[in-house]
Design a binder for this molecule. Sequence first.
Ligand SMILES: [Zn+2]
Length: 258
Amino acid sequence: MLIDSHCHLVHEKYKESIEEIIKDAKKFGVEKFIIVGTSIEENKKAIEASGKSEKIFCSVGIYPHENIEISLSDLKKSLEENLKSSKRVVAIGETGIEMPLWENGRTLDKQVELLEMHLNLALENKLPVIIHNRNGNEEVYALLKKYSEKGLSGVMHCFTSDWDYAQMILDLGFCISFTNIITYPKKEQLLEVVKNIPMDKFLLETDAPYLPPQSLRGEINYPKYVKIVAEKVAQVKQKTLDEVSECSYQNTCKLFKI
Ligand SMILES: [Zn+2]
């Protein structure tokens, strides 16, 4: 049994319904889904979708470059309203650091501020966080260290860094999540992380509609392809697909208390 711990099923790229996507995923053994919100608008849709099926959970958060015109306090208020409105919200995020800066995006200082707001909110509500990190190793580590000391837990999603950094993150009590990037060529450094990570510390995800497996590059990604991530992890760790599926399923359920 598999769970896609991070997907964006309310994304406009999908022409089919969520029900169809879920039905299709079931054929690949994917039973549960966490729909991750990235903006005020998407958070609302994610909550709505999670209310329709007991297989779907969601998270709410603001991506580093989303809703830039809205003040930090108003963003916080919006997330608090999300939390009040639904019991299906199992995490705060995704949020974090995205470098290099986007045109018309947030400055690094503003991204750090936004990230810290999420970490506080997660602590206050006793929820784990889903961290996005592109080239923000230093900033992300400093904040996660500070907040993990206060009891915060979570996952660094779509991990792409090396084993040294992975160990630092694991030492904070955080989990690491792998996408189909591990099937892409020239990812030796990342595969070392896959190889070394303890079985109780990793999650699997698709980040669909982004990041399709190598065999489907350029196409839209779907939760069913989390099975390909699991197969690659199994191959690298020299475990069976069942062992990897079972462990990642349990790890995800434990982290998100589902
Ligand atoms: Zn994502």
